[in-house]
Design a protein around this ligand. Structure first.
Ligand SMILES: C[S@@+](CC[C@H](N)C(=O)[O-])C[C@H]1O[C@@H](n2cnc3c(N)ncnc32)[C@H](O)[C@@H]1O
Length: 284
């Protein structure tokens, strides 16, 4: 099966209903857009764009899929180009075109191609955003080099939610655990150093490498409050700030130790097959 055939298939299978919702694969395309807009992932994404590209206007979304990010960026007023090689109305450029029409977006362009072949001139975009697509690169070095080439100096490359593996054995574990790989065989992942090296080779300065539990961008839809409380070295428990416990350091430590012993393992990224990473990089 191809990628879009896989999505059309799982939409019909009740056991995949939760995944269809969580991955924005619903046949109701505007519903996916609204659901994504309301997530803590998108909220944190907007904060990063504000911080690292406060004046950014021209945004390229590589591997845009069915357009949940592209459309939301366009609704926020960015001049968006969605680059997506898949043409389908299910999870590809066809779906983005339907949404462009639905929301009447004159500030959203759609180009069907692979990142490795981007045809835009150099220094063209203020922001290149890539969600869950870098790990699909045929050629990681070329993929990132092209993303960097079309970015203006000082521009922001924000790649989010890419799978990281430690070694070949870890990669096998990830592929065996991926819910859709068995249908379409297109999953992949790289080592952390491979992503970072590709960015350095492309003349990018990495400002942040966010590990799986460092940001809601990666761990959404997991419970952020529980994750924060389960950190072993966290100094304060923010959500207790208005309560009594925060004022009693001894009790505070006990609570933290209890939460860590109970949930620490669950929030250890080593326990997650193909844990997700995000990167903030600036073109020099
Ligand atoms: C997991 S989907 C993510 C889609 C979308 N960014 C999202 O977050 O919903 C990965 C997307 O990357 C696209 N893709 C795969 N290889 C690519 C490449 N070399 N260049 C650009 N896009 C690619 C696929 O067609 C697919 O739509």
């Amino acid at each position: 099966m191809t990628w879009h055939e896989t999505i059309a298939y799982i939409r019909q299978q009740p056991e995949f209903a939760n995944l269809v919702q969580l991955a924005y694969f619903d046949a109701d395309l505007p519903a996916n857009v609204s659901r994504f807009a309301a997530t803590s992932e998108f909220l944190e994404t907007k904060k990063l764009l504000q911080k690292f590209a406060p004046n950014g206007k021209k945004l390229l979304d590589i591997g845009a899929g069915n357009g949940v990010s592209s459309v939301n960026f366009a609704l926020l007023g960015y001049e968006v180009t969605a680059l997506e090689p898949d043409l389908s109305d299910t999870v590809g450029a066809g779906a983005v075109a339907l949404l462009k029409q639905h929301y009447n977006l004159s500030n959203l362009e759609i180009v069907s191609d692979y990142a490795e072949n981007i045809a835009f001139p150099k220094d063209y975009f203020d922001i290149v955003y890539i969600r869950q697509a870098v790990h699909h690169a045929h050629d990681l070095t070329q993929f990132i080099a092209q993303a960097a080439r079309v970015l203006r100096p000082g521009g922001l490359l924000l790649t989010v939610r890419d799978h990281v593996i430690w070694d070949e054995k870890d990669k096998q574990w990830f592929l065996e655990n991926h819910p859709l790989h068995k249908f379409y065989g297109g999953e992949n992942a790289f080592q952390l150093s491979e992503y970072q090296q590709a960015m350095k080779n492309a003349g990018l300065e990495i400002r942040h490498s966010f590990a799986h539990f460092d940001t809601a961008i990666n761990y959404f839809p997991a419970n952020g409050e529980l994750i924060e409380r389960s950190r072993p070295h966290q100094k304060t428990i923010e959500s207790w700030e208005n309560g009594v416990l925060i004022k009693i350091p001894f009790l505070n430590r006990l609570v933290r130790r209890y939460v860590f012993s109970r949930y620490g393992k669950r929030f250890d990224e080593k326990q997650i097959a193909g844990r997700l990473y995000s990167f903030v990089a600036i073109k020099k």
